[in-house]
Design a protein around this ligand. Sequence first.
Ligand SMILES: [Zn+2]
Length: 289
Amino acid sequence: MIVIFIFPALQNGHDNHWVSTEFYASKSVAAILVQLMILLSGLTWEPIHTSCSFIRLAIGSKSQFYNNQMVFKQAIQTFFNRHMECIAESFRGKDVVVAVDVRYDSPGYCANKATAVFMEIESRKIIHMEIGDSRDVERRKSPRMGRYLVTKGLRYITSDRFNLVELVSDASSTIINILGTIEFKHIHHNLDIWHKAKSLAKRLAEIAKKASNRDIIPWIRPIINHLWYCCSKAQGDANRLVRKWFGLLHHIANRHDWLIGRCRHGTVTQASEGKKWLDVSSPAYKNLR
Ligand SMILES: [Zn+2]
């Protein structure tokens, strides 16, 4: 292990050095590695250099650090490109289903940086990334940045590199709009369950704010649970999913047996945990539909 490399000591008037690092082109390998560590962990030179100076640990000069950054950047870029090429090669000739999500550096509408990540859902491998700056969209608001990055990423993925058959995303209107354009209309769009559940809960809470829809409130949690239940039981069968999902509207109205199905629970005499059965003619039920 290379730890501390040059330790000057004055003993009996003799200047002794203890060196525990190898040298590469007359540069300390330990200093090079520490500088790389600073860069890879997203730290900055000043605080690390100051901390090291307290224990007389030499980690090179500031100018050496900044010059080495350019060398490291080149090496990282080459390694990363090779890695992404290998991933693309492993999916050649195969149909792929990809999940996409956009992350911003700050919440709300004033983000400066964003990353769109595209992941193949079976292997969970990241097959592509787009990193953007608000300047790319003339300092416009974050939805513009998300749209720009997802469009750019989809163009790359669909350009004879991958055979994209389905895109899974959150329920964001930006992505729904992109997939509605002529360029990407052929891609099947699926909403991922977690995001779908989140947007559904938000929508239900919104509806329940109205006094006439108050009776929906205790049903929100069971409805979200029912969505997860339906998705897991459907096992990819869309018709089965829809059938199970709409069973909810019967159950909430206290009808547990209907023409094409029935609930899977035991005998029910009253709605539990403060819930009230909804009357099919009530505004709450109509809005829920
Ligand atoms: Zn029921």
